[in-house]
Design a protein around this ligand. Structure first.
Ligand SMILES: [Cu+2]
Length: 779
């Protein structure tokens, strides 16, 4: 009886506390607007296959939650899954505790529990929410947020939210595992691989050599194969309910895990009115790029006759989706050509630039940001591109001169070249043209169509703190980082209220990175200078530089905010930071260690391969995280030759690792009677031109050097080869009398034909096992 009484008091106490919390948070007594979101594991069919997914209120995407500016949002998130979850409110200005990054700012939502988020709505516009736990966003945990302004300023009749996303039938963790192991299947499946025959066919062999020399395979746009791209959960959507002549505000959100899109519109040219939730100076515009996590609002007019197409195409041209607004005959949107990666390689190879900046450094604690920027990237001598100390107004000037996609490039480059000459650059004009070419390649990604209606410049008296962030990555191992340092090896970036933080992103990779800062809006410095637009996510194109600045976030200047690339697989591979006001940690977070979040970006991934052929069988197992790798391998020839090896290796930086382990080999050719077990130690190194070099010494003091390489020669066919040379000077073993040394050469060569993601046909000749063919399977 006493117990029940006690429980009653407890539960009463709890509800009183909840009320008090509402009152505490809602100190201005704002009208409360409440939603409940239920996250569940369900089987769905989005691309021709029943797969496990995660839904919000039973659907993918989740529901649109709609508010009015000035309300107080109370959102209950109920976790009905077997794993923990979280919800982040993307682009919202809110108290740090409700930002929704588990273990950093907000407690994770354990299975079977409900978490209550609450915050005042200080803004209006189009935003979205998504899980911030592991790869759950790819599984379906995302939806849209619409906040109506107190006073409607824009003229339109109706709203339509268009949530864009990418869909995979694979488990997202397997997608990342395949990226980590370097499985080339996704590019093959998409038809975006660049085998040697195509490279040579397009006269780009020289460019290919240039890339290989810098340890790069080639130009890359998107890593993952998606069987379907979705608009509001489907590849094709029809909205016949809109009447001819009506003005519809399309609220477009890119909720993809790793796909960026080009958007095109049929019918009348639409008007772009907002970006990332903020109004912009309205501009009539059709073809527009939308990076991951960005939002754009366009006002379209429903055609008098027919239905207009809204079309998205993945940046690499690997797929599209369409929505139709209105009724009748289709007014098609422009179909964009597929980008030619080999042409891109040719252009990039012509540029005077150095690729292959480290994604993993030998000394992660050493500040080498400026050296890194100096050494890698595009060399624009005469233009002060390598100097971070560039003043803001100069920056603006330069952007003006470089112009943007829609401007006459000729005039633009001429004035820029004049400027360069003025700065004392004396180079032949051909060189300049090449560089202009290179800049033009990414000119269409510039944000020069966005102008804020109000000045966004900060008080000139505020101190400015500059930060250079080189965006770095390694495609071979799929490690992404900032300044060569992944999240797991770094400290927070300290910021202060009352100062301006100016960050320059210098992308040293071949991929685009949509960088997102939680809880803040930043100015993306563009040609409009003082009127530069405010955004929460900014895309940084390959080998390009973008500067942003921010100061505070509307009264919530405390706590730790996550800051990361919004390509989910890049974030989960280390391209993230914590930006901290360095205020005491919220006591409600005491039980939750941030280490848990940081570890998520440094997990071990495991994979194996098994070859079964007429002459031999081979097994390989690898477990690998950012710095460490364990390998178990065994080869057995039916002619009774065997070699097995277990090694541990440590990555000192991207290309260099030290290793140690044990090797077992038969002593006499064709007989397993005598087995030799030796300890081995050495280094492994990825050389320019992408050869794997293995230099080792065994416990019998026999040095050995090995070299291996694999090259894709046709769309689905790769050739591979390995060469090992071992010398025995008789320091331990006794050599036959009269011999100063003995040597052993081992080699193999063969080809592999990819049948599917996990199965290949293979044929090879091996100096130990002879010739044969069979199957190669990946697990
Ligand atoms: Cu990225």
């Amino acid at each position: 009886m006493k117990k029940i009484y006690y429980l009653l008091i407890l539960s009463f106490g709890w509800s009183a506390a909840t009320l008090a919390q509402v009152e505490a948070g809602n100190s201005d007594n704002l009208p409360v607007h409440q939603y409940t979101l239920v996250i569940k594991e369900e089987i769905v069919n989005k691309a021709g296959k029943q797969v496990n997914a995660m839904t919000v209120n039973g659907s993918i995407p989740g529901p649109t939650i709609e508010f009015t500016e000035g309300e107080y949002a109370v959102i209950y998130v109920k976790n009905e899954m077997s794993v923990e979850t979280s919800v982040h409110w993307h682009g919202m200005l809110l108290p740090n505790f409700f930002d929704g990054v588990p273990y950093l700012s907000t407690p994770p939502i354990k299975p079977g529990t409900t978490f209550k988020y609450e915050f005042p709505l200080k803004q209006s516009g189009t935003y979205w929410y998504h899980s911030h736990t592991m790869l759950q966003e790819q599984s379906g945990v995302y939806g849209s947020i619409v906040i109506n302004p107190k006073e409607k300023k824009l003229q339109y009749d109706k709203d339509l939210v268009l949530m864009l996303s990418d869909w995979t039938n694979e488990k997202p963790i397997n997608v990342l595992r395949n990226l980590k192991r370097g499985n080339e299947w996704y590019q093959m499946k998409k038809g975006t691989s660049t085998p040697l025959n195509r490279v040579i066919g397009q006269g780009a062999f020289g460019a290919q050599l240039n890339f290989w020399k810098q340890r790069m395979e080639g130009a890359d746009i998107a890593d993952v194969y998606y069987p379907s791209f979705l608009i509001n959960g489907k590849a094709t959507r029809d909205y016949p309910e809109f009447k001819p002549g009506e003005k519809v505000r399309l609220r477009i959100i890119n909720g993809s895990a790793s796909s960026q899109f080009w958007m095109t519109f049929g019918g009348e040219t639409p008007t772009l009115v907002a970006a990332d939730g903020k109004d912009v100076v309205p501009i009539s515009r059709n073809k527009t790029f939308i990076a991951i996590a960005e939002t754009y609002d366009f006002i379209v007019t429903v055609p008098k006759e027919g239905k207009m197409e809204f079309r998205i195409v993945a940046q690499d041209g690997s797929g599209s989706a369409s929505a139709f607004i209105g009724k009748g005959k289709i007014l098609p949107a422009e179909v964009l050509p597929k980008p030619n990666k080999i042409e891109m390689m040719k252009k990039m190879a012509k540029m005077d630039m150095k690729m292959g900046a480290h994604a993993l450094k030998f000394q992660p604690r050493k500040d080498e940001r400026f050296e890194m920027k100096e050494e890698y990237g595009m060399k624009m001598k005469g233009m002060d591109m390598s100097n971070d100390a560039m003043k803001m107004d100069e920056d603006t000037q330069m952007h003006k001169k470089m112009g943007h996609s829609n401007m006459d490039v000729e005039t633009d480059s001429t004035s820029l070249i004049k400027e360069m000459n003025h700065d004392g650059m004396k180079k032949d004009s051909q060189m300049k043209n090449m560089k202009m070419d290179a800049m033009d390649m990414f000119a269409e990604y510039k944000y020069d169509y966005l102008k804020s209606p109000q000045k966004t410049i900060y008080d000139k008296n505020l101190p400015v703190k500059k930060n250079l962030l080189n965006l770095t990555g390694n495609m071979q191992r799929y490690i992404w980082s900032i300044n060569g340092v992944p999240l797991s090896e770094t400290d927070d970036i300290a910021i202060k209220s009352g100062e301006v933080t100016r960050m320059t992103f210098n992308n040293l990779t071949m991929m685009h990175h949509p960088m997102h800062l939680h809880g803040h809006f930043f100015r993306v410095i563009n040609k409009y200078g003082e009127y530069s637009p405010l955004k929460h996510t900014v895309n940084v194109p390959p080998m390009q530089e973008v500067t942003i600045e921010f100061s505070g976030n509307n009264g919530d200047e405390y706590g730790d905010w996550f800051f990361h690339c919004h390509v989910l697989y890049h974030m989960m591979s280390g391209m993230a930071r914590v930006v901290s006001y360095e205020t005491p940690r919220d006591p409600r977070m005491a039980k939750f260690s941030v280490k848990k979040l940081i570890k998520e970006a440094d997990l071990y991934y495991k994979w194996s391969t098994l070859d079964v052929a007429s002459h031999m069988t081979e097994f390989n197992f690898i477990a690998s995280n950012i710095r460490n790798q364990f390998t178990i391998s065994g080869e057995y020839g039916w002619n009774k030759n065997l070699e097995a090896e277990v090694t541990y290796e440590r990555y000192l930086h991207d290309y260099l690792r030290v290793f140690g382990g044990v090797n077992i080999e038969n002593e006499i050719d064709g007989s397993l009677d005598e087995m030799a077990t030796t300890a081995i130690a050495g280094i492994r190194f990825l050389t320019p031109y992408l050869f794997n070099l293995d230099v080792r010494m065994d416990s019998k003091l026999r040095p050995q050097i090995g070299l291996s390489r694999e090259i894709l020669i046709f769309p689905r066919t790769a050739v591979f080869g390995m060469f090992e040379y071992q010398v025995d000077f008789g320091w331990v073993n006794e050599l036959p009398t009269g011999d100063n040394f003995a040597n052993e050469i081992t080699w193999n060569a063969g080809f592999e034909y990819f049948l599917s993601r996990n199965i290949s046909l293979m044929a090879s000749y091996d100096s130990r096992f002879g010739a044969g063919g069979g199957l190669s399977m990946r697990f």
